[in-house]
Design a binder for this molecule. Structure first.
Ligand code: C2E
Ligand code: CA
Ligand code: CA
Length: 643
């Protein structure tokens, strides 16, 4: 409201200045004519020196005022000028003029003959009369001008000893008083008119401002992501469409996905996650510099369209961007950082539609992330083939169980002392039409699309049911591979115990194999699950040991039963007896932490001899047996125990 009032005042002052200046030229001209006439008409042939000096002064003053009017008309009027200042310039000029006239009249009353005096009074009265309207926009001047013009001169006449002059004085004084009243009313009226006019425009202006604010708010709500203030999906797509419609110029679309964001969000909290997102958005804004189209696509995904960019430059810029994104953040006194993987698709080379382009950039990011996190990948035809293959696998996998396409095969694990069967590892097979899809290909897909829960439960059930049938001279255990995702499932322990009771398999004959990668996920959840399994009597093995993330302290805390040394280390054993340093190190740890060791992927006699020499507890590999089909197990067992 205060703001409105001060605006109103401002507008009214400007309007007043416009009114005053618009009449100024006429006023100055009249003054010039009148002053010249009065000075020169009556004193011919010789001009009174005082009047001459006065005339020069008046003309100089009028010239200055004229220049001020010109300046105002050409330099000020069309700008957002300061009304108060303009009024002040004008008013000073007008009032000095009034004082000049006053002096002139007073002087004339003491000098002039009656005709000149009368003419002077009439002329000045006319000027005073005109000023009431011309100066109405400034109350003080409007009243001061006519009054000062006439009153002092009239008083001078009044106190003279000449009767007709006294009458003239009375007339002049009366006129000046009437003018005072008229000018005052006229000024009030003008002010009121200006007030009404501007009150409306101030109201309209403030309404316009409110409408603009609302419009901005609505724009933000529908176009900007509230957290990062970047464009949202809809707005980005709209803008991208404009870019492609406007020109065929090539550009690169960057699909940016943060690495390690979920971990921060899950472990430190959503507030920290939000901070990281908005800080990352700031860095992206700095990178895009308002020139490149940028949005938050969702979650921890961002898109940038790099205009006028070829593949080489897009890759170079993306690499630089990853470095920028990966710099440390300080969030609530702790130092956090995320990485980013970027996928690139090129317009129009890879696709011409916006949706497709984004899809391809996403695909490129997805494969790059699988390959190596925090690097840059460009879309390729090959990727698309791989993608449609994966899509086919994913779709087929959902019905694989009901279509009887899945089966288990079993690979024996033998004791290194007696080479007797200690266990079978259950390995999943999938026959899709005529293809045997390797588990390394379909297990990750099953994990990714959440199909692993159903498939895993089926494997467990099948494996336990088979193991019950192997009841020969010696107990034979079954080893079942379990994904981290299954292990994290809160129902997993119930599923295991239900399977054990329905299949009637003693718990100690079930071994659960989990890969080292479990350590990378939430250790407390995993460690609890492992303890729960062990409480039931189920044994737990660490698979692929040595290939990934493993920490001895975690190994100690988890107290697993068995460790399976990865095939890659067994491969390195050669005739020179090299490559077994890691294996002997593992044997050392095993004896102090008290777990058993299995060597996987034993392919020849030399490896077997070396492993036995090193004291490995169990052996598994093609040298002893390939995975065996269910229907061949009975004869395999019979043959094994007949010898
Ligand atoms: P893994 O658990 O390390 O299984 C051992 C893999 O090594 C099996 O491959 C097996 O056939 C192979 N192998 C055994 N001995 C030798 C050898 O002497 N030389 C060579 N070159 N290979 C040997 P497979 O069956 O293709 O399984 C691959 C992986 O798939 C498994 O690795 C396991 O991680 C996963 N997998 C298999 N079945 C299941 C399952 O039912 N559930 C889960 N979650 N994963 C499974
Ligand atoms: Ca395994
Ligand atoms: Ca393994």
């Amino acid at each position: 409201m205060n703001n409105n009032n001060s605006n109103l005042n401002k507008y009214m002052q400007r309007d007043a200045a416009v009114l005053l200046y618009s009449n100024a030229i006429a006023g100055i001209l009249i003054t010039l004519i009148a002053s010249s006439f009065l000075v020169f008409a009556f004193t011919y042939p010789e001009v009174d020196p005082f009047k001459k000096a006065w005339w020069i002064g008046m003309t100089a003053l009028l010239t200055i005022r004229f220049l001020d009017v010109m300046w105002w008309k050409h330099k000020v009027e069309k700008t957002e000028f300061n009304g108060e200042k303009s009024i002040m310039y004008f008013v000073v000029g007008a009032n000095v003029t009034a004082v000049m006239w006053s002096v002139y009249l007073v002087y004339t009353t003491t000098q002039a003959h009656s005709i000149e005096l009368t003419t002077t009074i009439i002329t000045i009265s006319a000027m005073a009369g005109g000023s009431a309207t011309v100066l109405a926009a400034h109350k003080f001047t409007a009243m001061f001008y006519p009054f000062i013009l006439l009153a002092p001169g009239s008083i001078g006449l009044l106190v003279s000893d000449n009767y007709p002059l006294q009458l003239l004085g009375v007339l002049g004084l009366a006129f000046s008083i009437v003018m005072l009243i008229i000018s005052r009313q006229s000024a009030d009226f003008t002010r009121h008119t200006l007030f009404l006019k501007n009150e409306n425009s101030v109201l309209i202006h403030s309404m316009e401002e409110k409408v603009e604010q609302r419009t901005r708010k609505i724009y933000e709500l529908s176009n900007l992501d509230p957290l990062t203030k970047l464009y949202n999906r809809t707005a980005f797509l709209k803008q991208l469409k404009l870019v492609t419609a406007a020109s065929q110029k090539p550009f690169a679309l960057l699909f940016i996905d943060l690495d390690g964001f979920k971990k921060i969000n899950d472990s430190i909290g959503h507030k920290a996650g939000d901070k990281i997102l908005s800080k990352t958005a700031e860095r992206l804004k700095d990178f895009a510099l308002d020139k490149q189209l940028l949005c938050r696509w969702g979650g921890d995904e961002f898109l940038i369209a790099l205009e006028d960019t070829d593949e080489t430059s897009a890759v170079a810029q993306s690499t630089a961007l990853i470095e920028v994104i990966s710099k440390n953040h300080t969030v609530e006194n702790s130092i956090l950082s995320v990485g980013a993987t970027i996928g690139i698709a090129l317009y129009p080379q890879h696709a011409t539609s916006e949706d497709r382009l984004i899809q391809l950039a996403d695909m490129a990011m997805y494969y790059q992330k699988k390959l190596m996190r925090s690097t840059v990948g460009v879309f390729s035809e090959q990727m698309e083939k791989l993608y449609s293959y994966e899509l086919r696998l994913k779709n087929s996998l959902t019905t694989a169980i009901e279509k009887n396409q899945l089966r288990l095969v079993f690979q024996p694990i033998l004791g290194s002392g007696d080479i007797k069967i200690s266990a079978f590892e259950a390995l999943l097979r999938w026959q899709l039409d005529d293809d045997n899809i390797p588990p390394d290909e379909f297990i990750p897909i099953a994990e990714q699309y959440g199909l692993i829960h159903e498939i895993g439960a089926w494997v467990l059930q099948q494996a336990c049911e088979q193991a019950v049938l192997w009841d020969v001279q010696q107990k034979v255990a079954v080893c079942v591979n379990v994904s981290v995702i299954q292990l994290q499932d809160e129902h997993f322990i119930d599923i295991v115990s239900d399977t054990l009771s329905s299949s009637q398999l003693p718990a100690e004959l079930l071994h659960i194999e989990i890969t080292e990668s479990v350590f990378a996920s939430d250790p407390t959840v995993i460690s609890n699950q492992i303890k729960n399994l062990q409480v039931m009597g189920v044994k737990v093995s660490i698979d692929d040991f040595g290939t990934g993330y493993s920490s001895l302290s975690v190994m100690q805390d988890l107290a697993v039963n068995t460790v399976k040394i990865d095939r890659s280390f067994i491969n390195k054993i050669n005739n020179q007896g090299n490559g077994d340093a890691i294996i002997s190190a593992v044997m050392h740890i095993a004896s102090s932490l008290n777990f058993l060791v299995v060597a996987e992927g034993v392919e020849n006699e030399m490896q077997a001899d070396e492993l036995i020499k090193l004291g490995v507890d169990y052996l598994q590999g093609f040298y002893y047996s390939k995975p065996i089909e269910v229907e061949d197990i009975a004869s395999y067992l019979a043959q094994k125990y007949d010898n």
